[in-house]
Design a binder for this molecule. Structure first.
Ligand code: ZN
Length: 429
């Protein structure tokens, strides 16, 4: 960039700048090394990154707005590759039932669990779902998340699944966060198909033609688990989705080691998600593949489970690991990816270096946005976060609070700390 060119924004006096420099997702050993620029500056022009360098070099530059980061940490906007963003209602009444030891199946029988969310989502209007999801998205923005995946899966019928996907399509227009849409019609077996899951899957497959025609989703996902869909059903379903031109993901091995991890690799899925019960053989296959392991430790934590995904084995074997909130009303009601970073440090024994790869570049690759999001580089969209943190290790360390100071989406300030609280400030013009 020439010194004559006027930048829109120059953020200078950055303490540590994480650019997440590299090629492709960070696998295994690559996750352990972070490239850190000290005393750095970043310039933004027309919504894109136009300068990355030292604060000293930046002294030559001119900008309409100069922001003194005062030694703070700056990173790419966070990417969340797995959320169930759009749903009706909430399930706080189940917390007491769980504490009393009421089993999940009993809660389901009483009309609770996922079925209560399905009922509430079926009953909600598209407008109600849009307004509710916007609140969640604003909160995500305030936590520094600028790219987020969103799944359907609380309709389990034609009309409601399409309604959820249309809500996401609208939010793509109406909210600054970049959304990536996934069809998860095969999230659970609805009561009316309890004895004929094959018929249900056939109907969900049929629905994919509408999803394709209206460009409502680019990924198809399925819940492969004991009591839900088998490995064989999942394979057939996802292969059929691939034949219709969709990329695939899979909720795999969350509880039992069924071989969902192996299936994700076999199908060339963008990601295998959960993977708590992944076998050693599955982990080895994962390491030799391009499939990203999306780990959701908030779910193990919130359900009070002892078992967490074996992130250490995965990284040491050479796999690319990403982290996500799994934001949903049942097993992980939080939009706070920073909290998940702390849980990953404490429960998955991931290092700060690994954690930052997992919430930026690897998360972006898990939703096929690796060439657009998760890295700071010249020409890329200016999705940036200034953190109220002196260094990158501080964010997972100081847990449970919001460390965001300022968030930019495509060069615009979209969240800012004001009187101690971080406020999402703007919607798309
Ligand atoms: Zn999920």
């Amino acid at each position: 960039m020439t010194t004559r060119q006027l930048l829109d924004t120059l953020i200078t006096n950055i303490g540590q700048l994480l650019t997440m420099e590299g090629k492709g997702p960070a696998k295994g050993e690559q996750m352990k090394k972070l490239s850190v620029l000290n005393h750095a500056a970043v310039g933004v022009k027309d919504g894109k990154i136009a300068f990355v360098g030292s604060a000293k070099q930046a002294e030559q530059l001119q900008a309409e707005r100069v922001i003194d980061a005062d030694g703070r940490l700056v990173t790419p906007g966070l990417v969340d590759p797995h959320t169930h963003l759009v749903f009706g209602g909430s399930r706080e009444q189940e917390m007491t039932l769980k504490q009393q030891g009421v089993p999940y199946l009993e809660i389901l029988k009483r009309g609770g669990g996922i079925l209560s969310t399905v009922a509430a989502t079926r009953n909600a209007s598209e407008e109600e779902l849009v307004q509710k999801a916007k609140l969640h998205l604003d909160r995500m923005l305030s936590y520094g998340m600028t790219t987020v995946e969103a799944k359907s899966g609380y309709g389990l019928d034609r009309q409601t699944e399409l309604k959820q996907l249309r809500v996401v399509k609208r939010l793509k227009e109406e909210h600054p966060i970049d959304l990536v849409s996934t069809f998860l019609g095969a999230h659970a077996i609805p009561p009316e198909y309890q004895h004929d899951p094959e018929q249900f899957l056939a109907e969900m497959l049929e629905l994919l033609d509408v999803v394709k025609a209206e460009q409502l989703a680019e990924f198809v996902d399925i819940f492969c688990e004991t009591g839900v869909f088998t490995v064989e059903q999942s394979r057939a379903f996802l292969q059929a989705a691939q034949a219709k031109g969709f990329a695939v993901k899979i909720h795999a091995d969350e509880i039992d080691p069924l071989g969902g991890t192996e299936l994700a690799v076999e199908l060339g899925a963008a990601s295998g998600d959960h993977l708590v019960g992944a076998s050693e053989a599955g982990i080895r296959k994962l390491a030799q593949s391009n499939t990203i392991a999306v780990l959701l430790p908030g779910t193990s934590f919130y359900l009070g489970k002892e078992a967490y995904a074996k992130a250490r084995s995965m990284i040491d074997a050479g796999a690319a690991v990403a982290l996500s909130t799994d934001f949903n009303p049942g097993s992980s009601p939080t939009e706070n990816l920073q909290l998940i970073m702390s849980i990953a440090a404490l429960k998955l024994k991931m290092t700060p270096e690994e954690i930052w790869h997992a919430v930026t570049v690897n998360a972006a690759y898990a939703i096929h946005r690796g060439e657009e999001a998760g890295r700071i580089a010249i020409g890329r969209k200016a999705d940036l976060v200034i953190w109220d943190a002196p260094n990158y290790a501080y964010v997972p360390y100081h847990y449970g609070v919001n460390h965001v100071h300022m968030v930019w989406k495509a060069g615009r300030v979209v969240a800012e700390r004001s009187r101690g609280d971080v406020i999402a400030t703007t919607y798309a013009d």
